[in-house]
Design a protein around this ligand. Sequence first.
Ligand code: SF4
Length: 332
Amino acid sequence: MSDALLKAEGLAKAYPAPGSLFTKQRKVLAVDGVSISVRRGETVGLVGESGCGKSTLGRMLLGLEKPDAGRVIFDNDVMPPGNTRAWRRLRARIQLVYQDPLGALDRRLSIAEQVAEPLGIHGIGEPERRMAQAATLLARVGLSQQHGARLPHELSGGQRQRTVLARALATSPELLVCDEPVSALDVSIQAQVINLFAEIQQQFGLAMVFISHDLRAVRQISRRVAVMYLGRIVEEGTTDDILQAPLHPYTRALVSAVPNVRKPRTRRMSVAGDPPNPAERPAGCDFHPRCPLAVPACRNLRPLLLNIAGGLRKVACHLVAENEPRQAARAQ
Ligand code: SF4
């Protein structure tokens, strides 16, 4: 028996490259061999630039996207195929919080009706009690009965995201997958909403996968962080370790961009250029065209994701493997 609530093993997903839909000659590997686990009550941050595959990974964790390879295990059972009865039952235990709350809500239904809706879908509670349960959930995320009577467009962005969270909590899930939940919000209220997610996570003992391009958002809520680059995890560790001593050059660049978290002993590093086209993945290390520390081997040999520090940390970089050869062992 594993102590992981959610475990992904070797997930991969490819799409036809633009322009090759009919010829089927080229594929874009959106996610390539990603393994990750989340323990009960734990929040894991998934961070990386736009297009790195983190949202595709999130959708596979939920069973909304079928992996080409690998599998997802939830509570020690392999996740059933999407859209089956068994999968729909499981969805009450795993909920998604979307990036765009307005797009996630029905513009014609009141806020309270939409929060009550999952209770009806999953047959939870007495029908006549569901609106009262919705009011309780709304209060838990800081919204009043007056908010509940309104339509989505009558609320602010932050209030809409609180609504989406209340709706996700309706089925008492054990895991929330939050896909860029604050990126559409005004910067001034992002911190408030992240704090709310953290409070809810602790109060309900939820496990959470928190997906964001912004390491500042991820560090506020996550106990562990996985950094993705071009569909692969390049570094994983506790949030403190990642922020205080990032090992992969890409992680170091991400941490460099976050104010007030760097230790003086860590050299400042920036990353030049845009991510390469996933349809034309470079040979060797995916990051070598942008890496200021690249050595000749980086152009030919792809670094494996290795366990270091007794398995508490994972890094895919030749330089780290060279510096810590005795500690390094291939990650599963
Ligand atoms: Fe940079 Fe080479 Fe490490 Fe890749 S393997 S991150 S190119 S040093």
